[in-house]
Design a protein around this ligand. Sequence first.
Ligand SMILES: Nc1ncnc2c1ncn2[C@@H]1O[C@H](COP(=O)(O)OP(=O)(O)OP(=O)(O)O)[C@@H](O)[C@H]1O
Ligand SMILES: [Mg+2]
Length: 357
Amino acid sequence: MLEHITIEGVRNLTHVQTPLAAGATALYGANGSGKTSFLEAIHLLGVGRSFRTHQSKPVIQREMQHCRVVGRARRGDLSVVMGLEKHLDGGVRARVAGESVSSLSELALHLPLVLLDTESLGIVTGPPEGRRRLLDGTLFHVEQGFLSLWKRYALAVRQRNSGLRRGILESDKAWRQKIAETGTLLTEQRAVIAAKFADELASLAPALSDDLTGLKLTFRAGWDRKVSLFEALERNAESDTAQGFTQVGPHRADLRLVQNGVLAAEVLSRGQLKLALVALRLAQGILIEDASAVPPLYLVDDLPAELDQAHCASVCKQLGRGRQVILTAVDRGSLEAAWGEDPLNLFHVEQGRVLPA
Ligand SMILES: Nc1ncnc2c1ncn2[C@@H]1O[C@H](COP(=O)(O)OP(=O)(O)OP(=O)(O)O)[C@@H](O)[C@H]1O
Ligand SMILES: [Mg+2]
């Protein structure tokens, strides 16, 4: 769990220092007070970037050269201090337990996050990339070595594509082999996690709303799996050469979200789509909890603004107890109503200050 956070110069949060409880924390305050910025700062610490933008400038407070977030994460009896500094020129420095980290992905091992922000609705309605990221982001916590496998695959595709574009075909078979070898392993891992995702979703979705009954997730590998990846690449080789890029493979994978055989994005209402996204994220959280030594921290941005009271309450019920959750909303009453009887640590956010309520 994240037991303490210090935020300096993230948007309107000039200097915030707050202990955090193990259970549920709720931040309420007027529009523009800094609630989302608070969650963004935590996201910076766990992921190395904001969930709203990949750029540095928008997250760094105006007139400042950098922002800094320092957190203390606890696992059992051990506390580890982690910190991240992001500079205007795009430079990022991160440290865990006093040591510089070589890859920002190390941060996520100490502070896994599950983000429930209905702004990323594109995961449900948009192109496959967002869903692949959801799947791979989960696999990162479940399969050690997934990231390095993914990197090897991505490199092989890049190298082959560069060869295809430049008309260098002598080494094409070797690259296809490399893609097939890494891509097949990658797909095996994805298929396993996708099946677990589908199971979790099948029980979570109807619990959030009757309207989501029958919502199903199916995995598409990125090629017709009646044949091996190597064979699929071979069959496509001529067309790939003409197009100048690799047209089949795990980089084209998708998770299709369907209800009664129709794409969810085409039948569900906007609110229902948001709930479907929440269901996917909750499923992700459960899979990370099952596999990772460090349970994730749930960041829930402004649920009441997006969903009616009954659905907010069902999301909160599913989020349940025993998890570390940080929720935000404009008004305190809607958060308390949604969360119910259980204890809620309340903070009031006011013009960039986060004060215990
Ligand atoms: N780079 C920046 N430097 C300083 N302030 C900024 C910067 N970027 C945004 N802000 C301001 O930070 C404030 C907090 O924004 P934030 O999105 O955290 O508000 P919020 O409390 O989540 O509001 P809402 O309820 O509308 O979602 C806003 O007033 C915004 O204008
Ligand atoms: Mg906000």
